[in-house]
Write a protein that binds this ligand. Structure first.
Ligand SMILES: [Zn+2]
Length: 308
C-alpha cells in the first residue's frame, strides 16, 4: 500500500490520468442501458497489447460485441491512462453471464492492457517476462488501485464487491475466463490484495489533514459552545460572589461562560477593575496611600494566581 495516503489522493491521481472519450460507435454504448452499479469487474485484455487507443479502437466500432466503461493502458509509455469510454453507469457488455445471471446488470467493468511480448495457451500466459515487465506492472497496479478507489468513492459501493472476470464465473455471474487472476500473481498481487489496498485507502479517509481554516472554524465553534453555565457545585460560593460583586458580568443574558478560557486581556482587565474598586473603597484619612495599598493587594492576588 502506501501509494496513496488517503482516498482523496487516489481519486486525484485517477482523475489526473483520465480522459473522457466515449466510444459512440460501439453497440453497447449505443444500446444506452443504465444500471445502478453495486460493484465492478476488473478485466485484462487477454492479448499482449499495451496501447490503450488500440484497444479503444477495437471497441469503438459496430459489431465489436463487447463494451466496457473504461480502458486502462499505456503503461509502456509512462504512468498510464484511463480512457472513460462509456458513462460510469452505462450497462457494460463485459463478463457475459453464468448460471446465476450476469454482473453486466449490476457492475461496471473495464479492460486493463497487458504488456507486449507474451502469448496465450488457453487462459494461461506463455513466455511472460516478469522482471522485464515489473515497471509496467507497478505503474498499472498504482493506477488500477486509484481507479478502483475512485469508483468506490464516486458510486458508493463497497470494496468487497470489487471482482475480476474469473470471480464472476466462480460466482455464477460471468463466462469462464481467467482474467485478471492469470496475471496479478506473477507480480505477487491478487484480487484479494486489490480489495485490501482499496479498503485501506478508503479507511484512511478519516485521517485526512485538517486545514488551518477548517481548524479555526472548529475552534471558534468550540469556543462558542463553551458560552454556557456548566460548572461544578464546588465553586458555587465563588461564583455567587463573582456575580454579586460585579467581578463577572457574563454575556448579559444570565450566561457566564464558566467553562470558557480566560484570556490574558480579560485577566489584566479583571485585575485593573479590582485595583480601581479597592482605591474607591478605602476611606480617605490622614496620609493613607490608597494606591500603594491597592497595589499590595493586587500583587498578593497575582502571586496567589501564580501558585494555582
Ligand atoms: Zn475478461
Amino acid at each position: 500500500m502506501a501509494e496513496f495516503k488517503n482516498a482523496a489522493e487516489a481519486v486525484k491521481y485517477a482523475e489526473s490520468h483520465m480522459v473522457v472519450q466515449y466510444a459512440t460507435n460501439n453497440d453497447c454504448y449505443k444500446a444506452g442501458c443504465n444500471i445502478s452499479p453495486n460493484g465492478c469487474v476488473n478485466h485484462s485484455i487477454g492479448v499482449a497489447q499495451p496501447n490503450a487507443n488500440s484497444v479503444y479502437n477495437l471497441m469503438n466500432r459496430s459489431g465489436a460485441g463487447w463494451g466496457v466503461n473504461a480502458i486502462l493502458g499505456d503503461f509502456h509509455l509512462g504512468e498510464g491512462k484511463i480512457i472513460l469510454c462509456m458513462p460510469m453507469k452505462r450497462r457494460p457488455w463485459g463478463c457475459a453471464s453464468g448460471k446465476n445471471g450476469s454482473w453486466n446488470d449490476s457492475r461496471i467493468q473495464w479492460e486493463v492492457c497487458e504488456p507486449a511480448g507474451h502469448t496465450y495457451a488457453g487462459g494461461t500466459m506463455v513466455n511472460y517476462n516478469v522482471s522485464k515487465n515489473s515497471t509496467y506492472f507497478n505503474r498499472m497496479w498504482k493506477l488500477l488501485v486509484a481507479w478502483n478507489v475512485y469508483c468506490c468513492v464516486k458510486l458508493g459501493y463497497d470494496s468487497k464487491t470489487i471482482a475480476d472476470h474469473a470471480e464472476s464465473y466462480k460466482s455464477g455471474y460471468g463466462s469462464n475466463h481467467s482474467d485478471m487472476g492469470q496475471w496479478l500473481p506473477k507480480h505477487g498481487k491478487s484480487m484479494d490484495a486489490l480489495r485490501k489496498e482499496v479498503q485501506a485507502i478508503l479507511n484512511s479517509k478519516e485521517e485526512e489533514e485538517v486545514t488551518q481554516a477548517e481548524f479555526d472554524k472548529m475552534f471558534d465553534a468550540h469556543m462558542s459552545a463553551l458560552r454556557n453555565n456548566n460548572c461544578s457545585s464546588n465553586s458555587e460560593a465563588a461564583r455567587k460572589w463573582a456575580v454579586n460583586t460585579g467581578v463577572c458580568a457574563g454575556y448579559g443574558n444570565g450566561v457566564y461562560g464558566w467553562p470558557a478560557f480566560v484570556t490574558r486581556e480579560q485577566m489584566v482587565q479583571f485585575l485593573y477593575n479590582l485595583n480601581e474598586k479597592i482605591i474607591e473603597k478605602i476611606p480617605s484619612a490622614g496620609n493613607i496611600d490608597k494606591e500603594a495599598i491597592a497595589k499590595d493587594v493586587i500583587k498578593s492576588i497575582a502571586d496567589a494566581l501564580q501558585e494555582v
